[in-house]
Design a protein around this ligand. Structure first.
Ligand code: PXL
Length: 275
């Protein structure tokens, strides 16, 4: 097996099963050397908790980058998630140039919004910066809300294929090479992923479980990157990640009071079987 080294840049929410506490175990379990760059340290994520701490690590980034450059550390893939400030986006773009191996894949999950709203702490200026990072993505993984913000399109709760295709077209026009649009639902009982890979459009439809969970986007993106770097096509990786997230939500919804995150650990075996 080809042993790949991936860098993932996102926050550490100490409690809450999202971002790095999800990405690191999933990518490692997928057999990848996983290097991390924490964008911020929070006591919990911002989705439903109040009074959380937030330590912004933006100012540490240039020195970390310089050290890695000096040590000649290079990556096969860079996968970004929740970034703590607009300035971090510039630093990440610089790292894409300075720390990449020649065939390095840039995977961008523009983790900033869901259900029609930006997460607490983000504004239009941040969206504008994220748009410039999205433009550099080899694989861009927005949900419908993020896609609407990135393209300046009105968010709709229900929509048809023409709406989703128009979002996709605008995202690809920004510069993203391949697109995995998540949470694309044309019927009440199903949801799915719309994949544009090397110009080809495919839709994977699967069961929608009524109870959504916080952090599913991070589990999805991490499983996608894991499968992609294990040699799957973007469509195969998108399907594998979707099935894994469904299994995670199935498990999580049986737990009392587990509203704050996805219990992804007990079903990691399901993901492993697909690789
Ligand atoms: O799951 C996305 C995410 C990641 N990190 C932090 C968040 C959120 C979503 O709310 O608050 C800190």
């Amino acid at each position: 097996m080809d042993y790949q080294r991936v860098l993932t840049v996102q926050d550490i929410s100490c409690v809450g099963q999202c971002s790095l506490t999800v990405a690191l175990p999933i990518l490692s379990a997928c057999g990848l050397e996983t290097c991390i760059l924490p964008s911020a340290v929070l006591s919990t994520h911002t989705g439903g908790f109040t009074g959380y701490t937030f330590r912004d690590l933006t100012e540490d980034m240039p020195a970390i980058e310089a050290h890695w450059v000096k040590e000649k550390i290079r990556f096969d893939a860079v996968y970004t998630g929740y970034l703590g400030s607009a300035k971090q986006i510039d630093y990440v773009k610089s790292m894409l140039r300075s720390l990449s191996k020649p065939e390095c894949l840039a995977v961008v999950d523009p983790a900033m919004a869901d259900n029609g709203k930006l997460y607490v702490g983000f504004d239009e200026a941040f969206v504008g910066c994220m748009r410039t990072l999205a433009a550099e993505a080899d694989y861009l993984l927005p949900n419908i809300t993020e896609a609407a913000f990135l393209t300046g399109t009105e968010y709709r709760e229900s929509y048809d294929e023409a709406y989703a295709d128009a979002l996709a077209e605008k995202l690809l026009a920004l510069g993203a090479k391949n697109l995995i649009l998540t949470g694309v639902s044309f019927r009440p009982e199903t949801t799915g992923v719309l994949v544009f890979e090397k110009g080809e459009r495919k839709y994977y439809e699967h069961r929608k479980i009524a109870q959504g969970c916080h952090g599913t986007g991070d589990v999805y993106a991490s499983a996608f990157v894991g499968a992609l770097l294990r040699g799957k096509s973007a469509y195969e990786a998108a399907c594998i990640a979707a099935d894994y997230v469904v299994a995670c939500i199935e498990f999580t919804r049986r737990l009392p009071d587990h509203w704050y995150g996805v219990a992804f650990e007990p079903v990691l075996g399901e993901l492993m079987k697909k690789l």
